[in-house]
Design a protein around this ligand. Structure first.
Ligand SMILES: Cc1cc2nc3c(=O)[nH]c(=O)nc-3n(C[C@H](O)[C@H](O)[C@H](O)COP(=O)(O)O)c2cc1C
Ligand SMILES: CCCCCCC(=O)C(=O)O
Length: 387
């Protein structure tokens, strides 16, 4: 039997105490537990979304409108969930979504996440807004697969410097997030006047950068910290970017590039035309445009528009193995999981993240096997009905 099913047996045979860090195997329960562990501000930042949070809710509801139709007597004894995406082999079609400011969840933040991910072999996508510098996270993750997520700053020299550092630190693919050149209207954060960055969290990649330091007159110290934060605010995102600017990225990054935040099939086609290697269908977990289409509802049209030309990945709302199976059936090559591992981090540090990843992987494998499927490529529309 393969590894994830062994994990299930390990839980039954050894009991919760030995196999798990005291966390539930139903990952939808983690949010409520994390609320009890985190400050109101940190919890609000992570759990919150844009506006009335209608899109965040819609992301979850969309999964409920699809049902898996299990098939029988198909010999599912041998199963293999491994896939290769953007040149990276992975044991299951699951990646850790880029999540910034992880030290508001646990002091070890992205270091703990990178260690946990490396232990499972699932790729971690490190945010530009990480609490630790990308080189420190790479060292923590060792040989584990890692991709880098770019928040594309106004200063082009700074963008190039971030890309050069990411390549040198062993990040093999680039994820460019297009949907967050500025923060959305997020009432939970507005009501608490809370922004981690202004407290110096999530700026490590900037403050450690030679181009950034040059712009603020040298290394960031107590003397120039306020000026450095103002420079960060002015530079973080660039609302003037257009499709034509992607040529600049192609010039400065020789590995695979995926665009994150794609929701319209025409944008997916433009990504193909621009020579991109992948798109990530995502609405940022409902954190940017309140009222935007549920990410799962946007997926089939994007997958259709792209065909097999480039990789289609998916995130926003994945909480269970069955959710992942549905997204794969609707055209995703792999899914990114976001808040669940952030809550795992808050509740149990590295062990908490590992718990979430192992549960998700095991549940996906068991769901597929019991539905008569042995490989991710077998998941297609034939496996689903509208519920
Ligand atoms: C606290 C938090 C921070 C995030 N930071 C980033 C980030 O720095 N870069 C990015 O591209 N996406 C970021 N995201 C969005 C995630 O990558 C992902 O799109 C989203 O969490 C997926 O939805 P889910 O949480 O429902 O799984 C963040 C999400 C959360 C909850
Ligand atoms: C000023 C914008 C920073 C956003 C970085 C974190 C993020 O993406 C989020 O959703 O929060």
């Amino acid at each position: 039997m393969s590894a994830p099913a062994d994990f299930q047996n390990e839980i039954y045979l050894n009991g919760l105490g030995d196999a798990l860090p005291g966390l539930p195997t139903d990952l939808t329960r983690l949010e409520a537990l994390a609320e009890g562990r985190l400050s109101a501000q940190a919890f609000g930042y992570v759990a919150g979304a844009a506006g009335s949070e209608a899109t965040a809710r819609a992301n979850r509801e969309a999964f409920d409108r699809w049902r898996i139709v299990p098939r029988m007597l198909r010999d599912v004894a041998e199963r293999d969930l491994s896939v290769e995406v953007l040149g990276t082999p992975m044991p299951a079609p699951v990646l850790l979504a880029p999540i910034g400011v992880q030290s508001i969840l646990h002091p070890d933040g992205e270091l703990a996440t990178a260690r946990a991910a490396a232990g499972t072999g699932l790729p971690v996508i490190l945010s530009t807004a990480s609490s630790y510098a990308m080189e420190e996270v790479a060292a923590a993750g060792g040989d584990g697969p890692r991709w880098y997520q770019l928040y594309w700053p106004k200063d082009r020299d700074l963008a190039v410097s971030l890309l050069d550092r990411a390549r040198a630190a062993g990040y093999t693919a680039l994820v460019v997030t297009l949907d967050t050149f500025t923060l959305a209207w997020r009432p939970r954060d507005l009501d608490q006047a809370y922004l981690p960055f202004l407290r110096g969290v999530g700026v490590a990649n900037y403050f450690s950068d030679p181009v950034f330091q040059k712009a603020v007159g040298g290394p960031v110290t107590d003397e120039n910290r306020s000026a450095a934060l103002l420079h960060w605010v002015a530079n973080f995102g660039n609302p003037s970017l257009t499709w034509a600017d992607l040529a600049f990225l192609r010039e400065h990054w020789d590995g695979p590039i995926a665009l994150k935040g794609i929701q319209h099939p025409d944008d997916a086609r433009r990504a193909v035309d621009a020579g991109m290697d992948g798109v990530i269908v995502s609405n940022h977990g409902g954190r940017q445009v309140d009222g935007a289409v549920a990410s799962l509802d946007a997926l089939p049209a994007v997958a259709d528009a792209v065909g097999n030309r480039i990789a289609v990945l998916f995130d926003s709302g994945v909480r269970t193995g069955a959710d992942a199976a549905k997204a794969l059936a609707l055209g995703a090559r792999a899914v990114l999981v976001g808040r669940p591992y952030a809550y795992g981090l808050a509740l149990g540090g590295e062990a908490g993240v590992r718990h979430v990843l192992r549960c998700l992987q095991a549940e996906l494998e068991l769901t597929m096997a019991l539905a008569g499927l042995t490989r991710p490529a077998e998941l297609d529309l034939d496996c689903l009905v509208r519920g």
